[in-house]
Design a protein around this ligand. Structure first.
Ligand code: RAM
Length: 352
């Protein structure tokens, strides 16, 4: 399948059909790119300017969100660009937000590196009439600093499903560590809280979370952290990395240390980055959703908001191109689709 948006329903039948295959080929480098110019804006010839600010550059995960924005832009006619800092520090996106406000963009979509550090800048953008959408996570406790949020999947289910995966792989018993992104990451922190809650279930009483390490979504730092975990905890049974950068680094560390089979690695990753490790047995299973669909959905949401045809309100429905009808949930957050578990039996069907 080509790089197209899949209907959410397709996601549910993991491994039984083409599903996400071909969804979102990574662009070479997120950086700053001029985007879609095709299509016709319906708004009296004005092309709306939409910018997307990912957490950082150099992460293929965000390339797929970018590809989704571009596809929707081709269909709807908005002008798309993207700009991001080199590192995912809490405040690294601040100058990028300010710059976009100065450039008078119509909308800023952002995958924030902090739930609160960007608040004043985002509020200022909103006060200047710019639509602000949090995409790929929300801004917990600071939802007033964005008009709406696009979530990749049901955030409340991620923590428990990740723990269930880890438990399955280590037979429900033993020490494991979490390798996360940054200490401020709103998405990972939300999911880790969910993991801690899930671990209170008596069925996980034999599992022990020994440490939460942070690789800052930097491949080298993540690798170093994963290697340190392997040395520090000789009895470690598993590394759970709810970040596509972290899980690839953890798999690399386990492979290099010849710890395949002794230390299980799972979490959230892209099929393209994890394929080799699944094929050679270093990683048995991991999960993700469609970053491409998130960008596509966000493009439709913002375009509709700018044209006045979509007004965020809980319970409200809107049509998001090939994704069909989407619904505003609690605090104007929208869930893109279900997540998928990848393993040897289905990974060949996915190319993103
Ligand atoms: C990394 C980023 C991103 C997260 C994925 C799963 O690419 O931290 O925010 O959603 O992992």
């Amino acid at each position: 399948m080509r790089n197209s948006t899949m209907k959410s329903a397709i996601w549910i039948f993991v491994g039984t059909m083409l599903g996400l295959a071909g969804c979102g080929k990574p662009a070479p480098n997120p950086g700053v790119e001029g985007g879609s110019t095709a299509g016709n804006s319906v708004s009296a010839g004005k092309k709306f300017k939409i910018v997307y600010i990912p957490k950082n550059t150099g992460n293929p995960y965000f390339d797929d969100i970018i590809n989704g924005f571009k596809k929707a832009g081709d269909e709807l006619g908005y002008q798309f660009s993207t700009a991001a800092p080199a590192t995912a520090d809490a405040t690294s996106q601040l100058p990028f937000i300010k710059q976009q406000v100065q450039q008078k963009v119509d909308a800023i979509a952002i995958s924030a590196n902090s739930p609160d550090a960007l608040k004043p800048a985002l509020l200022e953008a909103m006060q200047r009439g710019i639509k602000v959408i949090s995409v790929n996570s929300d801004l917990p406790k600071n939802e007033d600093a964005r008009h709406a949020a696009i979530l990749p999947t049901d955030f409340n289910a991620i923590g428990s499903s990740q723990i269930a995966l880890m438990s399955e792989l280590i037979g429900g018993t033993g020490d494991f560590a979490i390798l996360s992104a940054t200490t401020d990451a709103p998405d990972q922190n939300f999911w880790i809280e969910g993991m801690k809650t899930a671990l209170k279930d008596p069925k996980y009483k034999e599992m022990k979370l020994v440490e939460i390490a942070y690789g800052n979504d930097d491949p080298q730092k993540s690798l170093t952290e994963a290697q340190a975990l392997l040395i520090k905890y000789p009895n470690l049974k598993g590394i759970l990395a709810p970040t596509s950068v972290g899980i690839a680094a953890a798999a690399q560390a386990v492979e290099t240390a010849n710890a395949k089979g002794r230390v299980q690695v799972t979490g959230l990753g892209t099929p393209n980055q994890m394929r080799r490790f699944v094929q050679n047995g270093t990683v048995q299973k991991f999960a993700l959703w469609s970053p491409f669909d998130e960008g596509y959905l966000c493009g439709y949401l913002i375009d509709g908001m700018l044209k006045g045809s979509i007004k965020p309100s809980t319970g409200g429905l809107f049509r998001a191109g090939k994704l069909g009808d989407k619904k505003f949930g609690d605090k104007n957050s929208i869930i893109t689709g279900p997540s998928v578990v990848f393993d040897k039996s289905n990974i060949e069907q996915y190319h993103f």
